[in-house]
Design a protein around this ligand. Structure first.
Ligand SMILES: [Fe+2]
Length: 402
């Protein structure tokens, strides 16, 4: 216990009773101990002296928020893409723990919160690079990659809304584990080229409740985390599942998860369909605001992503192929890294382009066929040139742009 954890207060006569133990240790104004807690007060004279010079240390209740796991702070340069991959591996380990014969709830909770606070730290360290990882990273199976994508987007919104840490941890934990019950089926479903059959539909409809039950059975006792897992596919108009909840019956945090989940599912490549262009996905979500998605949260979500979020491929006015690497205050003019020249040749190393400049302005978002796999760390100039974080965009007018 440190001195800052105490508040010194002056003794008053009502505090002390002769022949009784003193309720706290008593100090003089210089911090010298006059009487230890529990010592018996012997006389009125002693009481009078203590009342005149004594101070007692009133232990301050620790702030519950300060006891919570806090976002990790990076004091050295890190590669956010490598960190993202590392967290995917850690999440895979957590899934194994939950499925183990003797899962330990507190260990699972700690590991999931660790991943959550790491994501928080990375989002605050370089949110553009993390958005890049959401759109570009593809080396992990869908059942690991998808929850990580949801968690990153969710943290961006939670941060924008300044949600308190105690809630944030539960929401991120739900983002990371909400599809748990789908894990055994996910790879097959992800690769399937035919429409879902009735049995598969049933598995999907049940997964929010089943994921919640699995977590409960593994010893997770965070009630908000569990409830959000159960609610993450509910839609405002009651067309969601599994309980067809309507409006206010759906928690705000579950509505955030739904937005992040739907967007990332749409922009992810599936064997049976190409990823939907991010712009079409954003437009889709925008048009369903107020019916399926919470209107205010939808705008916050779209504002955070911008018209061209980091990680998407774009064609510039001069014909160059580029990848967005940073948001700017102008939602139409992000910072990009060009990878292919006008004549179709590759640049030896990516060229930063300011899309506010007419010749480098974005002509269009690219089709999937135009995308070329590039190491994101190279695009972001990590290790060679550190990307200083671009000011978070204030894109209040974004609704007009998509
Ligand atoms: Fe889900």
């Amino acid at each position: 216990m440190f001195l800052r954890d105490f508040e010194l207060s002056r003794i008053t006569p009502e505090h002390l009773k002769v022949s009784q133990p003193v309720p706290w240790s008593i100090y003089d104004e210089f911090g010298k101990l006059l009487m230890a807690k529990g010592s018996i007060l012997r006389s009125d004279r002693q009481k009078e002296i203590l009342t005149r010079v004594g101070l007692f240390a009133n232990e301050i209740e620790p702030d519950p928020e300060s006891l919570l796991p806090q976002p990790i702070k990076f004091h050295r340069k890190v590669n956010p893409f490598a960190e993202f991959d590392e967290l995917c591996l850690k999440l895979e380990e957590v899934f194994k723990l939950i499925e183990s014969e003797t899962p330990n709830g507190s260990v699972i909770k700690k590991r999931v919160y660790d991943i959550a606070t790491h994501i928080q730290g990375l989002v605050s360290y370089d949110s553009d690079a993390l958005l890049g990882a959401v759109h570009l990273a593809d080396q992990f199976p869908y059942h690991v990659h998808h929850p990580m994508q949801i968690a990153v987007l969710t943290e961006l919104i939670l941060e924008r809304l300044q949600v308190e840490q105690v809630v944030r941890l539960s929401v991120l934990a739900a983002a990371l584990t909400g599809n748990l019950a789908m894990n055994p089926y996910q790879q097959r479903l992800h690769q399937q080229k035919t429409p879902l059959n009735d049995q598969q539909r049933e598995v999907i409809n049940r997964h929010p409740l089943q994921s919640m039950q699995k977590l409960e059975a593994a010893g997770v006792d965070d009630a908000l985390w569990l409830e959000l897992v159960a609610q993450h596919h509910e839609k405002l108009d009651g067309t969601g599942y599994p309980r067809n909840l309507v409006g206010d019956a759906i928690r705000r945090e579950a509505r955030i998860l739904a937005l992040a989940d739907v967007y990332t599912a749409m922009v992810t490549h599936r064997p049976y369909r190409n990823p939907i262009k991010h712009k079409d996905s954003l437009r889709d979500i925008f048009t369903q605001r107020g019916s399926k998605f919470d209107s205010k949260l939808t705008l916050v979500f779209l504002n955070e992503l911008g018209v061209y979020p980091p990680g998407v491929y774009v064609r510039l006015n001069n014909g160059e192929l580029a990848v967005v690497i940073g948001r700017t205050p102008n939602p139409r003019s992000p910072l990009v890294a060009s990878i292919k020249k006008t004549d179709g040749e590759f640049f030896l190393s990516p060229r930063r382009r300011n899309t506010e400049n007419e010749q480098f302005a974005i002509r269009s978002a690219c089709n999937v066929s135009e995308r070329i796999k590039v190491n994101p760390a190279t695009l972001w100039g990590i290790q060679a040139i550190r990307v200083n974080s671009v000011n978070t965009a204030d894109l209040s007018s974004i609704a007009d742009l998509i």
